[in-house]
Structure formats: C-alpha cells, structure tokens
Design a protein around this ligand. Sequence first.
Ligand code: WTA
Length: 644
Amino acid sequence: MSYPYQINSIEEYKEAYKKSIEQPDAFWASIAEHFTWKKKWDKVVEWNFKEPKVEWFKGAKLNITENCIDRHLDTLGDKPALIWEPNNPEERVRVVTYNRLHKRVCQVAQMLKNNGVKKGDRVCIYMGMVPELVYAILGCARIGAIHSVIFGGFSAQSIADRVTDAHAEFIITCDGAYRGEKVIPLKSVIDDALINNTTVKRIIVFTRTRTPVSMLKGRDVWWEDEMEHAEQQVEINGKINFEPAIMDAEDPLFILYTSGSTGKPKGVVHTIAGYMIFVTYSFVNVFNYQQGQIHFCTADIGWVTGHSYIAYGPLCAGATSVMFEGIPTFPDAGRFWDIVDKHQVNILYTAPTAIRSLMGFGTQPLEGKNLSSLKVLGSVGEPINEEAWHWYDEHIGKKRCPIVDTWWQTETAGILISNLAGITPSKPSWATLPLPGVQPILVDENGNEVLPNGNETIAGNLCIKAPWPGIIRTTYGDHERCRTNYFATYDNLYFSGDGALKDENGNYRITGRVDDVLNISGHRIGTAEVENAINMHAGVVESAVVGYPHNIKGQGIYAYVILGQKHSDEELTKKDILQTVTRIIGAIAKPDKIQFVTGLPKTRSGKIMRRILRKIAEGETENLGDTTALLDPNIVNEIKEGRV
Ligand code: WTA
C-alpha cells in the first residue's frame, strides 16, 4: 500500500516539484493534512534568511510520538516497529511491535517525569544501539524534553563539552556497549566526563553488557528499577497510556552536535513539526517505501541518519525498521547480508565507506546469502565513487535494485537531493535531482549564480534558495553562530559547505566539502577540532591538519606537526599524539598520517596556506601553485621531502 503523498511516476515528481515551488504553502499543507495534530497551523511557513528566522506550521499543536506510535496502534499494533539485531548473532533478536513500543515509550516518559525531567529540559543520551535508545528519544519527545544523542565513539572530553553547551541536567546511558569484539564502558566514560560537572542531577543507566560501573548515590539510578516502577503508573484499568505533552510546532525536538570549520562542535536544533513532515515525506518518497516493507538503515542513532531514517521517518510512516547493534565485519564480513537474508530486508541504506570496506572482502561473504528480498539500495554520508556504486549495483542489488544516492546534512534534517527509487533515473556517483520543496543553486565565490553556457556542466558552491520544513532553526544557545555559519556567506542563501556540479539535465553531483571540514568514513570532523586536540599534547607547538583521498574511508587525516624540541623517539611521540586526540575527541578523529615538520607554509600575515599542504598530502608535489606569497618558501621543499 502506498501513501497519499507518494510520488509514483516521473510526471508526478515533476508536478509535485512545480507545485512545491509555485505554491509551497498549499503543497506542504496537503502533506501535513495526513498527520495527527492537536490543533492545525495558522500559517504554513514564514521566513527570512537574514536573521535567520524560519517557522513552519506556526500555531499548530502536536506531539510527534502520537504520529510515530499512537496513530498506528489500531491498524499496526501487532506489526513490528523495530527489529533489533544484536551485535552477537547468537543472541536473541528482539521484535518490538507498535503496541510494545507504545508501552515502552509511555514507561520511559513516566520514568523521566519521576526523575524530575520537565518539558524543555535537555537530556543527553549516550547509549549503544539498543532498542532502549529509541524508547529514550521517544520518551523525551513524549514529555516534551529535548534530546541530544551523543555518538558512542566520542570521548569523555567531547561529552563534557556537549553536556555543558546544552546545559543538560539529565543523562541516559548504558553500563557498556558491544562493538564487534569490543565492549565500550559507556558509564565509566560518562563518569570521566562529569568529573568537574556540578549541573547533572540524574543519570539513568541501562544494563547491556554487565560491565562493572560505579553508581553515585543520589545521582545515578538503574533503568530497570525505574522502568519497573513506571510500569505500574502507566497502566490504568488494563489500559496503557502516558498523556503526550502538547507541543508547539516550533518547539525544539532535539539538539545534535556536528562539526564545522571552527574548533567547537555546534548544537544543531531541529523543531518538531517541520522535522516530522520532512523526514516522513522524504523517507516515503526517496525509498519509495510501501507499507509492510522492511527497511534497514545501518547508521548509528548517534548521527542524524539514524535519527531520521531509523527512528522518526520510518516510525512516522508506520514502517518496520531494522536496528543493528554491531559492525559490518563482525563476526565476519557477511554480517549485513545475513541480516538481509534473515529478515527479508527490502530496503538497505548504508554508507560508501561500508560498501568499500566490504568490497575488499570480495564476493565470498555473499555466498549462500539470499538477497532476493532487496528492492532498493541507498547510499549516504559522502560521495560514492563509481567503483563502489557498480559493486553495490552488481553484487548486492543484482542489477535489479535502484540505488538512491542521497545528499543531505545534519542541518537539513532529511534528504534534499536524491533520485527517487524506481521513479526518477539514477546516474552513478550523482545525487541527481532535488526533492520537491528544495531549490538548489550553485554560486561562485562572490555569491553570483553560476549559469551554464549552452549544455555545459557547471560547478559551484551548493546553496539552497528557500526553506524546506527540515531546515536548521538555530545552533543551541548561540543563534549568531547559526547565522554566520550558514546564512552569512551568501546573501539570502543557505550555504551547505559543499561543492557540486550540475549537468545539462539538472542533475547534481556533490564533489565534497569546500570548507575546512573533513569527511572521514562519512563522519564529519573539523580540521580545527583535530588541530586543537593535537595541540593539547605537551610536546606540540603547532599543527595543521588536512584531508587526503583514502581508499576505504573516503578521506584520511594528514597532520603536519611542529614539536617543541626534537624528540628522540618519533614513533612514540606519534603514538602519544594519537592517544591525545582519542582522549580529546574520540578514536574517529585520529590522524592516519603524522609528519613532523620544522615550520608550516605561511603567508606574511601568518595564515597557513592549506592548499599547499593539501596538495602535498595528496601526493602532488610538482604543481603547488603560486608560492611567492610565502614567508619562507624553503619550508615547502622540506615538507615535500619529508612526506609520509
Ligand atoms: C556529505 C549526513 C556526497 C556532504 C547525512 C555533507 C554527501 C556532509 C552525501 C553531511 C552524498 C552527505 N554525496 N556527499 N550523497 N551525503 N554527504 O551532517 O559533504 O553527517 O555536507 O550528514 O556529508 O554530513 P552529516
């Protein structure tokens, strides 16, 4: 069965697109009609990009969990909302029906209330990929608290920064998390993060790994105890409920921290109604989701992809979403294919990094795996190279499944540019066409629109002209930062930070970041963030970090480091630096290569010429461009010779 707003043909796409641009209010209202509201909106959209101020469905009242859960109970109550596949395939799979999800979310909401959480409070969530993580975010949404999920790979220092920035008084965590063969001691990382913290009042700890933890009296409580207590409270006369908080359309739903070109990650804020409409609409249309299908997004809920396409989008659509705790290569490189086979997955949504890494194991892990249930394949997070695209198409999709290459960002909440599976054509390594409601534009450095000469393909910086319902509303606690980051580079445009090509048919190809942001295995990391972390090492005077092409990760991290005094054991110093970065940010930000240098190529005004460093890291040592502006041109030769 399809949805009232489902696009079924290329003509319907064109029609929807046209209407979305000419009559955006009528277009989005006709979609929003199909959701559950306590009160409808007074105005569909009001905006200006100067402040910026964007408001969707103003005046409307709702609770997103009624849309994710309650409204499905009559028809889908016994159907699976989540299928949870544990890290260890020998452990029992958990199937969570919509009825069960309803009960658990009501319980969590009650538990949060019992622990003093109120509407508008910030709750940081640092858990592994267990169903309780979904219950936790939805429980927050049910009582109107703002969740901020922190990826399980971040270090204590990163958590501390986020907890402080969000002024969070509540944390939900696990004793530990399984990741392949490893156990990550999450609670103990939280304890390290909170050593100097005086504002966190309550930590709720879910038991997953039976890792020993220290529970602080008066602050730390067990999830299991609290849930048991709440269970009795949410059941009245055999009926389960926790009255959802009535929220304004523009109340914040969550904060999600992401890296930019400055040192400090920023808290991207999304608000309830617009987010809900946009992720559901994009989920249904990009994947051409049909009711009853099994959707498997391999992302982690610590990133936006998990928020939008494991949790909120699929659940709002009444879909069945597979949630996976492990890693693609444990216990072997056939793990994804086992899951597809076992649960008859119809839609597989993963990242190019995973595809490239699995490609490296050849086709042996595919043997004996039945992938015939697959209907749609998706890619997200970074540009997909043609080789990976074709491998995905041939060996996983068996050339029967459309591949959607979906371009979007934490700030956009959902997919902005992508082909629609089986509806609009794909083009290997091209994200292709904008979704209805999305108006991309390519501009040059001065903000002038780049226009083609005849049929040529053009290149430029990718901006968006007008708001879609999922656009970032603010950066938490610092609206000016939101303005300068996204809305001040070019007048009246949202600037994505990405570069793109556009062909004569209007297809877009994303070429990568044009700012100082790296994309490592699909994870965003700012060069300044890594530099700050390296500079924390006692022996380091200065450093400069750039990206370089990496076969599996897409991009690798190359660090040029100046040491205070010559260290006798360079290898040991390198290890110490890696340890420092792991401590300050997390293992995902560890440089792949470190080169010790005695100076950096700087202009007379002291600015590092990263262009030169990038070229050297890429292996290009001849055409370094103009180096006459350098304070000390000789340093370039030294760096070239010492390349690692
Ligand atoms: C990159 C992840 C090329 C891009 C959803 C963007 C992509 C950044 C694609 C956002 C794609 C994402 N093709 N590049 N299909 N999808 N990117 O915030 O550089 O973690 O700016 O959101 O990933 O990363 P984020």
